[in-house]
Design a protein around this ligand. Structure first.
Ligand SMILES: [Fe+2]
Ligand SMILES: [Fe+2]
Length: 214
């Protein structure tokens, strides 16, 4: 029955992203062993989390703000803080703001997010944009942070994403519950995100090949 189907099965996201698993793992494995690069990578994640939090806030300007939405928004803001705090700790320096120097692939990351938000909003309309953009982003966040957590554990880097992952998992379940069983739309939007991620990923991967060639 559709009531018990998981967001992974309904979206087909994990299957569609199989081809990215090994290269993303290899990328993260290289990044976590290079503290300056790891710091820049985390500051980029901080930027994306901050953009997510800000988007939720802006999407609620003309609505009745609920406890659930406020909780979601504050947790994404805290994730932004989490990544910046650990980026500064691991990098050993202040990383104020988000610049080309202190955030890896800053512009491609912002473009990925901006296109995703615009594309999904165009498809579902502004009213439904918050829940659909969130649902699609939570799939990517859970997918990426699971691999990242695995890599951190096996590399012995003192950083745990477990608490953060638990929150992203909960956001995913909450947003999935709100999509009203529209699984065809979910598949379509997730495939759209995967194509944008593929483009973003191609740029991120260059970052590591440049570093390895240097
Ligand atoms: Fe988050
Ligand atoms: Fe989240």
């Amino acid at each position: 029955m559709s009531a018990s189907i998981s967001p992974w099965t309904a979206s087909g996201m994990r299957d569609e992203n199989k081809r990215f698993e090994a290269p993303v793992r290899a990328f993260l494995d290289a990044i976590v062993r290079d503290p300056p690069a790891h710091a820049r990578f985390m500051n980029m994640l901080s930027m994306l989390e901050h953009m997510g939090s800000r988007k939720i806030m802006l999407s609620q300007m003309n609505r009745t703000l609920t406890e659930e939405t406020l909780s979601h928004l504050s947790e994404e803001a805290r994730h932004a803080y989490f990544f910046k705090r650990h980026a500064e700790r691991i990098g050993g320096e202040k990383l104020d703001g988000f610049t080309d120097e202190n955030a890896m692939c800053r512009i491609p990351a912002a473009m990925y997010f901006g296109r995703l938000d615009a594309g999904i909003s165009k498809e579902v309309g502004d009213e439904a944009a918050y829940q659909w953009v969130s649902l699609i982003i939570e799939l990517r966040a859970c997918w990426l942070y699971e691999i990242y957590q695995d890599v951190l554990e096996s590399s012995g880097v003192a950083l745990s994403l477990k608490a953060l992952l638990a929150e992203e998992d909960q956001h995913l379940a909450d947003m999935f519950a709100q999509c009203g069983g529209q699984h065809d739309l979910l598949k379509k939007l997730s495939a759209y995100e995967t194509s944008l991620f593929g483009k973003f990923w191609a740029v991120l991967q260059q970052e590591i090949s440049f570093r390895q060639a240097a």
